[in-house]
Design a protein around this ligand. Structure first.
Ligand code: GDP
Ligand code: MG
Length: 307
């Protein structure tokens, strides 16, 4: 096995294998992961985490691919974390994503990693948060997290982002009203992708309304943008809006506030993982005389003493 020093040196040198290795270590909570993570913070420079969410087929991966192109053209190094819902239904979509990303696969300044939501050991937030930090330490100045849908685990992941983009497209039959409550809080950029399709105009008008509502309610700048990702149209404007929001949030302190919140979330996620790891064997050994709730309290007290 490579030593931790080798892995850290590889990360700083931007070596894809070392980066992949480090993320795997952390994801599986293997030996050495703590050592890697504790050395990373000093290596991290300026970076922006952009979360991209939206229903399947809206064009998230196509947008991601275009953003990679644009940022690479500006000389930036880009990381992508694709959250894969591990559902057999989405197999096709993930294959499609791989194909779309393939052309970036040979570029040493593009780091792509997919992470599964199901069938994993630890929490997704802690793993994704660590992957962000590893990518940032390897020199990625833009890190994109692509995730499907608007469920709770997606929202937790999106909480790791500095800016959140919701991609929608006409004709997907999404009820904006239904999504609105949860999204209003987090979505900084509303993108009408597939602007070449019928219905784009109406969708854009609806989203303008959502943006105004969000600005009124939270006082947070919210932008609407139209793109045809498959043709690369509107991408420059999108990149400009991302930069505008980044600087507004830096000035207002919103950026720092969000990073603090996401850091707290990661801490809790790590903590819960650690408790689960200890609690499960204890529960298995325990004679269940009291109620499950009472037993939980007893076991937690025992854990507390052992910590
Ligand atoms: N007509 C049209 N098709 C697009 C556009 N952007 C992406 N697509 C296509 O829509 C499909 C789904 O795109 P994808 O990026 O995989 O969506 P995701 O599931 O949100 O990641 C693909 O076949 C894309 O080629 C667009 O602006 N216009
Ligand atoms: Mg996709």
């Amino acid at each position: 096995m490579k030593s931790i020093d080798d892995i850290l040196a590889g990360i700083t040198a931007g070596q894809p294998r070392a980066i992949g290795r480090a993320i795997t270590l952390v994801e599986n909570q293997q030996e050495g992961s703590e050592a890697v993570l504790s050395h990373l913070d000093s290596l991290v420079c300026n970076y922006l985490v952009l979360g991209i969410t939206g229903p399947p087929g809206a064009g998230k991966s196509t947008l991601t691919s275009r953003l990679i192109e644009q940022y690479r053209a500006d000389g930036e190094r880009v990381g992508v974390i694709a959250i894969d819902p591990s559902s057999p239904l989405s197999g096709g979509a993930i294959l499609g994503d791989r194909i779309r990303m393939m052309r970036h696969a040979k570029d040493p300044d593009v780091v792509i990693r997919s992470m599964a939501t199901r069938g994993r050991l630890g929490g997704l937030c802690s793993a994704a948060g660590s992957a962000v930090r590893i990518m940032a330490a390897s020199g990625c100045s833009k890190i994109i997290i692509e995730t499907v849908g608007v469920g709770q685990s997606e929202m937790d992941i999106i909480g790791l982002a500095d800016l959140t983009l919701l991609a929608l497209a006409p004709g997907l039959g999404d009820d904006i009203q239904a999504m609105k409550a949860g999204l209003l809080e987090v979505v900084d950029l509303l993108v009408v992708n597939k602007n070449d399709l019928r219905g784009a105009e109406n969708l854009a008008m609806d989203l303008e309304g959502v943006a105004r509502q969000r600005e009124d309610k939270y006082g947070l700048p919210t932008r609407v943008c139209r793109t045809i990702a498959s043709e690369g149209q509107g991408i420059e404007q999108l990149v400009a809006l991302i930069a505008e929001l980044e600087s507004l949030h830096s000035e207002s302190g919103e950026m720092n506030r969000r990073r603090q919140v996401s850091r707290n979330r990661e801490v809790v996620d790590w903590g819960l993982d650690m408790i689960r790891e200890k609690l499960e064997p204890l529960a298995a050994l325990h004679k269940h005389e009291a109620s499950p709730q009472k037993t939980a309290v007893q076991l937690l007290q025992k854990l507390w003493l052992d910590l």
